[in-house]
Design a protein around this ligand. Structure first.
Ligand code: BG6
Length: 486
């Protein structure tokens, strides 16, 4: 179903996110005829650029980031025709009246202001949009993560954006929530009767959430070195995944019902403070090593700062202090330059209470549910069966496997495709509410504090491995191991 006509204004219009994600996502939606009529896309940045030059920039973005079989000349021409450009100094006073001119008088048209810039600029951009008379009841703003770098700065950003846009019109994006498999997590939990009765600490031994990347910082060192993995991945993506696994069933799928439940989980996270920082967290930084494409440099050399204490890896033991989860730890880990690209959630069930089989039958492994977010998106349930054949009662662990690409064969749309259109529709279910973002920071801040005061630095790990050995020790201390069948 197509959405209403809209103007999409991308601040940071010549940046990496717009090039790699937003333009390709809008193109795909145009190709599927969800974007129709005189919808426009207006790139905004400080660079001096003509409309024709911006269209060239967009054309190359589409060619580089949309598969050849997914693009045709007709859609490309139609799409490029929607593009315009305005030179605006987001941090100063220049260019705002020009932007107003480009936007023209369309009081009823939906306007999406997408702030793909540094969070320091969010407040100023909103204020200047307001001053230039560019905010109508039909306008909405999208802010990229990270919202702030700790609780105080997040509150400041939220206040500044909230002074111009009310909460119903602020879309804090976390692209993990738009991923097809993350959505599927809700379907798995709430569209099946099978799991809910055993979805608690009486039956689940522990949960693991892994988001492993093989890439390094890829030229984003300027931003990344001020952030680190805890702020870049855990505060948002990983905690959101944890919320979806741990939340109570919401009464409905509307934005506030879902977000109310996620908020309760964030508030129930046991704070990791003082001595617990050393026992419940591990931080690492990648050293030189190998990737699939050959030898790679150490993080500190890549960003040319040998004194950097920024973590590119983090492992945590989190606990949700409520009736459902008391006693079931959630082990979280994420890192760059790891051995494989693999994001998954593992739910490990408790062992059977009593075995009726003799020792010759072999070990009875626990049932495990693996929700594979990327790549090879799918769901796998590990069960014990009898090994077929005449060899007597021997048991074997086998996966009940559903790989989505094999099962459905459809293209897996990028998260941004869904999220951008949800903004136009005004659907906030997959976006973070202010209180959620702030509750997540409240949990993260003491860990950052603990690290700041610690004597030790992040532990170096060789690129192409699974991170520092302390991460293995973190989980093995509890008699468990990280799941690795990547
Ligand atoms: C972004 C982080 O939010 O997510 C990046 O800033 C990270 O550092 C990226 O690489 C991972 O996203 P995806 O969709 O490739 O898993």
């Amino acid at each position: 179903i197509s959405v209403d006509v809209f103007d999409f204004v991308a601040f940071g219009g010549t940046g990496d996110l717009v090039r790699r994600k937003l333009l390709p996502a809008l193109f795909q939606r145009d190709r599927d005829h969800q974007i129709e009529g005189p919808t426009r896309i207006i790139g905004v940045s400080r660079a001096e650029m003509t409309r024709a030059a911006y269209r060239d920039f967009a054309r190359s973005a589409i060619i580089d980031h949309v598969d050849a079989e997914d693009r045709d000349q007709e859609t490309l021409d139609r799409f490029l025709d929607r593009l315009d450009y305005a030179r605006v100094d987001a941090a100063g006073e220049d260019g705002w009246s020009h932007l107003a001119q480009v936007l023209g008088e369309h009081p009823d048209r939906i306007r999406v202001y997408y702030l793909a810039t540094s969070p320091d600029l969010f407040g100023g951009i909103c204020r200047r949009l307001g001053d230039a008379g560019l905010v109508s009841p039909q306008s909405r703003v999208v802010v990229e993560k990270p919202v702030g770098k700790d609780l105080t700065s997040a509150q400041r950003v939220n206040d500044a954006v909230g002074a111009i846009f009310d909460e119903k019109r602020i879309f804090r994006i976390d692209h993990y929530l738009g991923k097809e498999t993350v959505q599927n997590l809700m379907a798995l939990r709430f569209a099946n009767a099978l799991f809910e009765p055993i979805w608690n600490s009486a039956h689940i031994d522990h949960v693991q959430i892994t988001v492993a990347e093989t890439l390094g910082v890829e030229g984003r060192g300027g931003y990344y070195d001020t952030a680190g993995a805890l702020r870049d991945m855990v505060q948002n993506h990983i905690l959101q995944l944890l919320c979806l696994v741990a939340m109570e069933p919401p009464a409905a799928l509307d934005a506030d019902s879902v977000r109310d439940e996620k908020l309760k989980v964030l508030k129930a996270l046991r704070p990791i403070v003082d001595g617990a920082v050393a026992t419940h967290t591990v931080r690492g930084q990648y050293d030189a090593g190998a990737s699939a494409l050959g030898p790679v440099a150490a993080y500190a050399d890549e960003i040319q700062n040998s004194a950097s204490q920024t973590e590119t890896f983090v492992a945590l033991k989190a606990e949700v202090n409520n009736w459902r989860w008391s006693g079931t730890p959630f082990y979280l880990r994420t890192g760059k330059r790891l051995a494989a690209r693999c994001s998954e959630i593992l739910v490990s069930f408790k062992a059977i209470p009593h075995s009726i089989f003799d020792a010759g039958a072999g070990t009875i492994a626990r049932n495990e549910l693996v929700i594979r977010l990327q790549p090879q998106e799918g769901i796998r349930l590990h069960l014990m069966i009898k090994d077929p054949g005449p060899g007597g009662m021997r048991l074997r662990r086998v996966p009940l496997d559903m790989t989505f690409a094999e099962a459905f064969g459809a293209r897996n749309p990028d998260a941004y495709e869904r999220l951008v259109l949800d903004v136009v529709r005004g659907n906030q279910t997959l976006f973070m509410r202010r209180d959620e973002v702030e509750a997540a920071w409240s949990w993260i801040d003491p860990i950052l504090d603990g690290w700041r005061h610690a004597q030790d630095r992040p532990k170096l790990y060789r690129s192409g491995t699974w991170g520092p050995s302390a991460s293995i020790a973190l989980i093995e201390r509890d008699g468990r191991t990280w799941h690795e069948d990547a």
